[in-house]
Design a protein around this ligand. Structure first.
Ligand SMILES: [Zn+2]
Length: 226
């Protein structure tokens, strides 16, 4: 029983930390966001709502400068002020902005944000187990190895989520009559801003390589848009 207690402690600490950070980010999101009001975009959002057979797709604007879209675990969709500014200045079209919303809708519909809670608990358990195994034979460096393995696992999980959300977004954009070209051109723009600014926009950092994602959408496009 005693042998398992470090694992239990790691799990409890991990879970409590998660709950605190989830509550804090939820509060922060609510305080610093307002519903998106834009005529052209609203038209596209209602096309998507109709395709999904739901009353409406609600999008909130989160007041931060970085260029990003996000799906909260409670099912709300946010785009950042930085991303909206690109639309207001004419750098991206309403269809391109709608493609980000379609991708975030995918994360929600596919249960990715809720599943992350389970991943998190699972990751802590795995870390504790690996640490106890590696730590026994390789003091100090064993911990680094355990962490690296967990990080690789988490990264491949989130990459999988991104491809799934892209495919969901593509299907939704096609069904709602917006089309897949906007999704592809949005990726190209995100990539070019990353290159120009010296670093990738925040939205890209948590996402797989753009060229690969575009290739996947091109494949879907070839199959669907006969
Ligand atoms: Zn995503």
């Amino acid at each position: 029983m005693l042998r398992f207690s470090p694992i239990l402690i790691a799990l409890v600490i991990g879970y409590v930390t998660y709950l605190f950070s989830a509550r804090k980010s939820k509060r922060d999101l609510s305080r610093n966001s307002t519903p998106l009001q834009d005529k052209a975009l609203n038209k596209l959002l209602s096309q998507m709502a109709e395709a999904l057979d739901i009353p409406r797709v609600k999008v909130m604007v989160y007041e931060i400068e970085m260029v990003n879209g996000l799906a909260a675990p409670d099912g709300r969709i946010f785009i950042t002020r930085g991303l909206l500014n690109k639309y207001i200045s004419g750098e991206i079209s309403s269809a391109e902005l709608a493609s980000v919303v379609a991708h975030e809708l995918g994360h929600i519909a596919l249960g990715h944000s809720r599943r992350r809670l389970i991943d998190f608990g699972g990751q802590n358990l795995m870390r504790a187990l690996l640490m106890s195994v590696f730590g026994r034979y390789l003091p100090i460096i064993g911990g680094y190895i355990a962490n690296a393995i967990i990080q690789m696992m988490a990264a491949s999980l989130s990459r999988k989520d991104e491809y799934e959300a892209d495919a969901y977004g593509a299907a939704l954009l096609l069904k709602s009559g917006i089309g897949l070209s906007a999704q592809i051109s949005m990726f190209r723009k995100l990539e070019s801003w990353g290159k120009a600014g010296g670093g990738a926009p925040a939205w890209l950092l948590s996402h797989p390589e753009t060229a690969l994602r575009i290739a996947e959408i091109e494949k879907l496009k070839a199959n669907w848009e006969i």
